[in-house]
Design a protein around this ligand. Structure first.
Ligand code: SF4
Length: 382
């Protein structure tokens, strides 16, 4: 919580300015008082469980803490350790993941659990190199797990940390080119416990890399926010270049993003009594292995008539009813617009090859991506 945070108001004289070497200790002292309570974090001073760290880090890729928390709890209740997850079916994992988006993460999550069980005896490797050899674990995630679960001296740099560090040192180079520089600067904030501290073993210094990384993440999430950072509450404000200049919000500098062209397509919402016609997307590619209603290709400049010609061949459907409006969805690389067609078919109508009927009442449990949930709701008039 930041409410009880120390407020740093007075501008210090030069002799009072904290040395750069004090920053790691200031940051850790702040973290010890104000760390966020998150479902995957153990109580202060306890070692984090690698399984929980890994699961949360995969879920948090491109997704916020609020969205992830209930999914994390759900996964943990069903699969309390990596062994249990490794024995689950990929379909079950995808079903539980439905709604979190970026579904290749769920397939890799399952593949990773299987590999940890089969090749590592159910124990996560404790080095960055070992972790990077696992499916779905890139450089950032490997560093995050190595630091948080094993206190390896490495700094995982996420969006929050990029923002804090680029302001602290007024990094003028834009992202993504500035990443290696930010990585180097962030590593200077890694802290240790000294002998006598609670966390130190007698007579030596002990890495608190995990706490340093989480401190920066928390600082970025709660104080060094994209707009109007609360610099008065920040433990690093006395040595922060952007704060001293008053131009915090221009950092991190970014190159203008190129978004892909709008793609269009058609989706076909077909009901048979209380059943809906669905199919499974191919394993590889966007939304791989997820459930969808049949549809056309998604193309830039898709022609409505050409899209309609890709409707599933069903006995008894002579005319498709076009719903007013379109369903829109934004993927990372392109925005999508879907025209939705509906049809009702008679009882006992057979599903075309590669498709099947599922009861509408059980759709909640299907591995439907958000774009399909919106499409079905639109088609069924919910
Ligand atoms: S002083 Fe302000 S801009 Fe600088 S790191 Fe702290 S919150 Fe961010």
């Amino acid at each position: 919580m930041v409410s009880s945070a120390t407020v740093y108001k007075r501008k210090p004289s030069e002799s009072e300015q904290p040395a750069a070497s004090d920053r790691p200790a200031l940051l850790l002292a702040w973290y010890d008082r104000h760390r966020r309570k998150l479902p995957w974090r153990p109580p202060a001073g306890e070692r984090a469980d690698p399984y929980r760290v890994w699961l949360s880090e995969i879920m948090l890729q491109q997704t916020g803490v609020k969205t992830v928390a209930p999914y994390f709890e759900k996964f943990l209740a069903r699969w309390p350790d990596v062994g249990a997850l490794g024995r689950a079916s990929q379909d079950d994992v995808l079903r539980m993941w439905a709604g979190l988006g970026y579904y290749s993460r769920a397939r890799n999550l399952h593949a990773c659990a299987v590999k940890v069980v089969r090749e590592h005896g159910g124990v996560f490797p404790d080095s960055e190199a070992g972790l990077r050899a696992l499916p779905g674990i890139g450089p950032y995630t490997a560093a995050a797990i190595a630091a948080i679960a094993f206190d390896r001296r490495t700094m995982p740099v996420d969006g929050n940390i990029e923002r804090v560090v680029s302001r602290l040192f007024a990094v003028e180079a834009p992202l993504p080119q500035a990443k290696p520089l930010i990585q180097q600067l962030a590593a200077m904030l890694l802290g240790t416990s000294r002998a006598g501290d609670d966390k130190a073993r007698a007579g030596d210094e002990k890495s608190r890399a995990g706490d340093s990384a989480q401190a920066l993440m928390d600082l970025g999430a709660s104080i060094c926010t994209p707009k109007k950072p609360a610099c008065a509450l920040c433990p690093l404000n006395e040595g922060c270049t952007a704060h001293l200049r008053g131009d915090q919000e221009i950092f991190p500098r970014k190159l203008a993003k190129k978004t892909g062209a709008l793609r269009r397509g058609a989706a076909f919402v077909v009901t048979r009594g209380l059943d809906l016609l669905v199919r499974t997307r191919p394993e590889k590619g966007l939304l791989g292995g997820m459930t969808e209603v049949p549809g056309s290709d998604w193309l830039a400049g898709q022609d409505d008539k050409a899209a309609l010609r890709q409707a599933p061949g069903l006995k008894g459907v002579v005319r498709w009813h076009r719903k007013a409006g379109v369903v829109t969805h934004v993927f990372t690389h392109f925005p999508l617009e879907l025209v939705v067609y509906t049809a009702r078919v008679a009882a006992r109508t057979r599903a075309p090859q590669g498709m099947c009927w599922v009861p509408i009442a059980t759709l909640q449990g299907e591995a439907l991506p958000n774009v399909m949930r919106k499409t079905i709701a639109h088609g069924l008039g919910h």
